[in-house]
Design a protein around this ligand. Structure first.
Ligand SMILES: *Cc1c(COP(=O)(O)O)cnc(C)c1O
Length: 369
């Protein structure tokens, strides 16, 4: 795998293949039939990844991932609905902020950043407040890399007759989700994460009946997934200017996804990346903030070295000079930094990253190895 320089070990934008970048060297018109076939093909393939073809529509939306999350909440939660937001990190907090800004009633349930929400928690919360219509959660909370127990939570929500909105931005395509077994109204992801496309579009898998009854809910013209879907179903075109190059790159990234072996192969490569990273870092005395059982193979939060000579900015610049981009920590209580396991990179690349990290820490006289 020839590395693009530098390698982004971040949760998006991330390292893409030369082939994916090459696919953007064409200017497509929005009326071009071939471009509209590209969009349709992308949507069909995305639905198949989570076995959602029968029960859900795939509604693509211009913008970063958060645009699609905001669109899903705005479109699917009626103005008199109420959302239970499950939080154990920054992206969960963002869900609550979206509800707040959109003027949707909500309540929050927050656990510590190293503590997954449990199905029992959700059961208790739904019993206690019958006004709740929707539950919203983050599948893999990217601020730490923690995995929340989605199938169990989905089952409890279904049993209560409530609706589920899932932000699966950093897990879709790499961690298995089966829409035939996990009931949800909306599952949201984006082009520039585990599918290894470039950033610029999100997409929402919306349960068909839920979308059919969502007309007029949305606070926003551009974010209305009902209108977006209705227009696309009628014309085959995007409602407003499409992110043409992003769609073309995603189409090419999906070809490679299937060539690699689809979700099981993508999952395995990321799991190998994660293991190579954890093993290499452990040799340097650096350990994950999360226990292995709840660590998703997407991004790892490491405790920063305790040495007073350690400064993230200095560390970051030194590792960057060796060809790797790291990510700052997002925890308030403890000093951490993050290393992504996703993108067009393999276990050898992760070992090279660990070597660069070791050298940087040696230069800073933080490690003596
Ligand atoms: C990346 C990500 C998002 C979207 O972030 P944007 O910066 O808007 O692309 C949302 N939720 C999670 C869990 C993510 O990892």
């Amino acid at each position: 795998m020839p590395p693009a320089a530098p390698i982004l070990l971040t949760p998006g934008p991330l390292t893409t293949s030369a082939r994916t970048r090459q696919a953007m060297m064409v200017d497509w018109g929005s009326w071009d039939d071939r471009f509209n076939q590209l969009t349709a093909s992308v949507c069909t393939q995305l639905l198949a990844i989570i076995h959602a073809s029968a029960g859900h529509h795939c509604v693509p939306l211009q913008g970063s991932g958060t645009f699609a999350v905001e669109a899903a909440i705005g479109t699917l939660v009626p103005r008199d609905g109420k959302v239970l937001v499950l939080i154990n990190g920054a992206y969960g907090k963002r869900l609550a902020k979206i509800c707040d800004v959109l003027g949707r009633a909500f309540s929050t349930f927050e656990t510590a950043e190293d503590n997954p929400t449990t199905a029992a928690d959700v059961d208790r919360l739904l019993h206690a407040d019958p006004a709740i219509t929707h539950t919203a959660l983050i599948h893999c909370e990217t601020s730490t890399g923690i995995l929340n127990p989605l199938p169990q939570i989905a089952e409890v929500v279904r049993r209560h007759g409530k609706r589920l909105i899932i932000d699966a931005m950093s897990s879709f395509g790499a961690l298995p989700i089966d829409a035939r077994e996990v009931p949800f109204d909306a599952l949201i992801a984006a082009s520039g994460k585990c599918l290894e496309g470039v950033p610029g579009m999100g997409f929402v898998f919306v349960e068909k009946q839920a979308l059919a009854t969502a007309q007029g809910n949305c606070h926003s013209l551009a974010m209305d997934l009902f209108d977006q879907h209705t227009y696309m179903a009628k014309t085959g075109q995007w409602r407003f200017t499409p992110p043409t190059h992003v769609v073309a790159a995603l189409h090419e990234a999906l070809l490679q996804y299937h060539e690699e072996g689809g979700l099981p192969a993508r999952h395995q490569r990321y799991a190998d990346n994660c293991q190579a990273l954890l093993d290499g870092m452990a040799e340097l005395g650096l350990h994950s903030f999360l226990p292995a059982a709840i660590q998703a193979p997407i991004i790892v939060t490491f405790h920063a070295p305790k040495n007073p000579r350690y400064q993230f900015k200095d560390f970051y610049e030194r590792v960057k000079a060796k060809g790797f981009i790291l990510y700052p920590g997002k925890l308030t209580q403890v000093e951490t930094f993050r290393v992504g396991c996703i993108g067009h990179v393999d276990a050898q690349g992760m070992q090279a990253a660990v070597k660069a990290i070791a050298q940087a820490l040696q230069e800073m006289e933080v490690l003596d190895i």
